[in-house]
Design a protein around this ligand. Structure first.
Ligand code: ATP
Ligand code: MG
Length: 397
């Protein structure tokens, strides 16, 4: 079936009170950006508490739906049949014709819902529902009414300019429009977890920046390219991501030469946090985001996370996958299509410098004592910050 309009439903709970305009305006802005990348002419408009998309020109309906399915804040995408202002008899005929196209001979239950903003239509909403229900039952014996838990609704909206009819609901991604919650700094590695973590926080309405620590020549150009590819995949949802690529080699070698090897990962992780926080603050990010999950590896025991956390001065660190099993993270990674890229076998900087038996219960005092031996690290941090490469992934910003 071909549709030229879509009604967009968003979470009513999220938009209560004074945040409503902020939420709606951002959603409209994000929808326009998503559709601007497609062929076709699209109009996104707000009208009496609703958001509509009108499509014109040559466009691919599936592309439109898929683009909208990546706009956080959208709960349902409803392909809309826009009817002229018909009398009730003509309306009945059109509704039945439409339902036959949608559901054919399937045995299903339904309920008619009607809203009327045009108050001078000859029938009230309360009159429309039973009369329409009757007409549908008569014309389609395969259908039954179920007012409590129907398989589908038949929505009829009598509006000033036309009548809207819709019944198909395509799920959107949910969440909040990107930007309503400010901006976060994602520590993005080439693994499975951090892209998922970034996606989850962006879903709550945050724009993303990202930082990747690489260690050439120990990590390859291909590993870096993989991280850029992952950022690109996440940016399909989050919008453009400014990626800061920090050369970590000197710092890593210095830790390797200076500190006990069972503490390498934790000290390295603390330095990553320190640098990430600096870049975050310089760029207006109000939190750090990592893909850490309790117990996944030695550096992610509660004790290790505590010590890592202590390296961050003042920003909160969000770890949205903290309570997920690996399999649960993988499921999200598959859904957002980062999984296949994440499992490409390029080394990341952590795997090269890992100790055989890393500490699993580090003590902050002990780690800090080791770090005091790193007299030259501050200068190296400054250099790493200065020499970082910054690329914008997923469109201009
Ligand atoms: P991921 O699958 O995201 O790589 P992981 O299971 O490999 O996670 P670790 O390597 O221990 O876990 O890293 C934990 C978190 O630290 C990552 O999710 C990421 O947020 C951050 N991180 C690790 N390595 C890097 C890196 N090279 N650059 C930026 N962030 C990193
Ligand atoms: Mg990793």
């Amino acid at each position: 079936m071909e549709f030229h309009s879509f009604l967009i439903k968003y979470s009513e709970i999220a938009v209560k009170g004074k945040n409503r305009h902020l939420f709606e305006d951002k959603l409209v802005e994000r929808m326009r950006e998503a559709l601007a990348r497609l062929e076709g002419d699209f109009r996104v408009r707000k009208a009496s508490g609703r958001i509509y998309v009108d499509c014109a020109g040559i466009f691919d309906q599936q592309d439109v739906i898929e683009a909208l399915q990546k706009v956080f804040g959208i709960v349902w995408i409803c392909p809309l049949v826009k009817l002229a202002d018909l009398g009730f008899e003509d309306l009945k005929a059109r509704v039945i014709e439409y339902l036959k196209e949608c559901y054919g001979e399937k045995q299903l239950t339904f309920k008619v819902l009607s809203r009327r903003t045009r108050k001078n239509y000859p029938l009230t909403s309360d009159e429309i529902c039973p009369l329409m229900g009757e007409a549908i039952l008569e014309a389609m014996p395969n259908l039954k009414v179920n007012v409590h838990d129907p398989d589908f609704f038949v929505n009829i909206e009598i509006r000033d300019e036309n009548i809207n009819l819709y019944s198909i609901l395509i799920p959107g991604p949910g969440g909040m429009p990107v930007g309503v919650g400010g901006k976060g700094m994602l520590l993005l590695s080439g693994g499975i977890d951090s892209p998922v973590a970034g996606w989850m926080i962006s879903k709550r309405g945050l724009e993303l920046e990202a930082v990747y620590f690489h260690a050439p020549p120990y990590t390859s150009e291909r590993a870096k390219r993989k991280v850029e590819d992952l950022a690109e995949l996440v940016s399909r949802y989050s919008g453009p991501i400014r990626l800061h690529i920090v050369n970590f080699t000197e710092i890593q070698l210095y830790i390797y030469e200076t500190c006990p090897h069972d503490e390498l990962t934790i000290i390295m992780r603390r330095l990553m946090m320190r640098i990430a926080e600096r870049i975050a603050k310089e760029n207006g990010c109000s939190c750090l985001i990592t893909g850490e999950s309790i117990g996944q590896v030695a550096s992610q025991t509660v004790q290790s996370l505590t010590v890592t956390n202590a390296a961050v001065e003042s920003l909160p660190v969000f770890r949205p996958v903290i309570g997920f099993d690996k399999q649960e993270i993988i499921e999200v990674a598959k859904k957002i299509e980062t999984f296949e890229t994440s499992i490409l076998p390029y080394e990341d900087c952590c795997t090269i410098f890992v100790a055989k038996h890393p500490v699993t219960k580090p003590l902050l005092k002990v780690i800090e004592a080791s770090e005091r031996k790193l007299a030259g690290v501050d200068a190296m941090v400054e250099k790493a910050l200065e020499t970082r490469e910054v690329v914008v992934i997923g469109g201009q910003k």
